[in-house]
Design a protein around this ligand. Sequence first.
Ligand code: ADE
Length: 226
Amino acid sequence: MRIDIISVLPELMESPFQTSILKRAMQKGLAEVHFHQLRDWSIGKHRQIDDEPYGGGAGMIMMIEPIDKCISELKAERNYDEVIYLTPDGETLNQKIANTLSIKKNLIFLCGHYKGIDQRVRELHITKEISIGDYVLTGGELAACVLADSIIRLLPGVLNDEQSALTDCFQDNLLSPPIYTRPSEYKGLKVPDILLSGNSKKIEEWEHDQALKNTLEKRPDLLQEK
Ligand code: ADE
């Protein structure tokens, strides 16, 4: 999979891809992430990429021309499955969206800044708008990292068997059951006997019950989605 990320602050996104699992995914050639500084497609000698809104009002708008030039150049090189704009008014990211995107080949992420992008960019290029939650970030960069992480970890070969994404919470609309490791007792706090019993069928049933209980308590909305 290849992800091209367009941003005015690409340096903000470097470290998540240079560490741990994402780094390994790149080294193994399972994912490629390319950053594009939008200012490289800026116009005029001031390297302008934003301008005042027509109709007045506060805040600057990202101009269509630099974004169009950048995306068109990328599209001339390869076919993209989706051109995604990270924006608080997009569809809220969830596991299902991450699963769907993880089987694509080439993706473009466009990170918004200031008050957002000229509406005509959406009409011309954007195929999907994604938000990472109902709050406003200073720009789309951190959201792009979150989205890329949620997708790349699902690519075959990125996680090993023990980390398998199939057992993630949310994969079946259930939160995870409580988990424990050694010691079996700490300051009087005991690991549930069933987990020490060695009875794998009973353990599986217990874990499922606990997952259901957790979900009912913390996220009952997930059970209604089924
Ligand atoms: N840009 C600013 N806020 C955002 C959010 N919540 N999700 C995605 N992109 C954003």
